[in-house]
Design a protein around this ligand. Structure first.
Ligand SMILES: C[S@@+](CC[C@H](N)C(=O)[O-])C[C@H]1O[C@@H](n2cnc3c(N)ncnc32)[C@H](O)[C@@H]1O
Length: 274
């Protein structure tokens, strides 16, 4: 099967990271792929510390942390090299870290081995970028951060529906999206053009190290809350959309909530599965 173009920049970055001798080198070479930080003296420890700050903030704000969290099962969609996964393995009884790139998942194991609880971790490759090879009702929470915006619209919607499928009734989903915005009519098609260049041998490796180009290549989809919530609403209750206080986004079938920690271009769908 010919790989769909929105998957290619990640696969190339994964290949580059596989060649790095240590996790610290990976963070210096490709860490900005995950948290936008650059610098020759970055370390894996600092990288993980950013996840250690963000994970409790989101769990607390979205009401996802409770007495039973230590017994719960989390599925993380788009785990990368484990920036947030380390904290998740400390919070939850078990974690399935899913990513389309197997190289990132191997690094994720290493990262969690150093900074998290590896006995609670399992990794899962999302080979087709849209389905999770997990049984229904096998998780209490499905979480995804800065991943669905990098998938094309139908893949992002399919992964959202997969998140609902794998969560047991009474469990929750917390999924992060990027909403429509000014400039999308130029940026999204330009991203598609750049992505096609990643297929060219050598050029792809070089491009994957160029931050501005890569950031453009990632721009695969923008979704409005109504597009995501519409098809899923029969299976959800207590539907909340979390956004930055400066955002004008609204949604038909959801309670709007604000949190300063949400990027002004992003929004989160937080809901209970029925
Ligand atoms: C910006 S990184 C975010 C990683 C992590 N959530 C974090 O915050 O550090 C996006 C991740 O999503 C993965 N990804 C992109 N498209 C995907 C898809 N269709 N299915 C699964 N993972 C995907 C990439 O390989 C990458 O590791």
């Amino acid at each position: 099967m010919r790989r769909r173009s929105q998957l290619v920049p990640w696969k190339v970055a994964g290949r580059v990271s596989e060649r790095m001798p240590t996790g610290d080198d990976v963070v210096r070479e490709t860490g900005w792929v995950f948290n936008n930080a650059t610098g020759d003296d970055l370390t894996l420890a600092e990288f993980v510390a950013t996840g250690d700050d963000e994970v409790p903030a989101y769990l607390e704000t979205f009401g996802l942390r409770g007495d039973h969290t230590q017994q719960q099962r989390l599925v993380e969609i788009g785990a990368g090299i484990g920036r947030m996964t380390c904290a998740f393995t400390r919070e939850f009884g078990s974690v399935v870290a899913c990513d389309l790139d197997q190289g990132f998942l191997e690094r994720c194991h290493e990262t969690v081995g150093r900074f998290g609880k590896p006995d609670r971790l399992r990794t899962l490759e999302v080979a087709n970028g849209r389905t999770l090879d997990l049984p229904p009702n096998s998780a209490d929470l499905a979480f995804s951060y800065i991943t669905l915006q990098h998938c094309e619209e139908d893949d992002a919607l399919e992964l959202a529906s997969e998140a609902v499928r794998v969560v047991e009734p009474g469990g929750k989903i917390a999924l992060n999206f990027r909403g429509p915005g000014f400039g999308d009519r130029i940026v999204v098609p330009a991203g598609a053009v750049v992505r096609s260049m990643y297929r060219v041998p050598k050029v792809g490796d070089w491009l994957s190290r160029q931050r501005p180009v890569t950031r453009l290549a990632w721009q695969a989809s923008r979704l409005h809350p109504d597009q995501v919530i519409g098809p899923l609403s029969p299976q959800l209750t207590d539907i909340q959309v979390w956004k930055n206080p400066s955002s004008r986004l609204s949604a038909v079938d959801a309670a709007m909530r604000t949190f300063e920690g949400v990027n002004p271009h992003h929004w989160w769908l937080v809901a209970e599965v029925t």
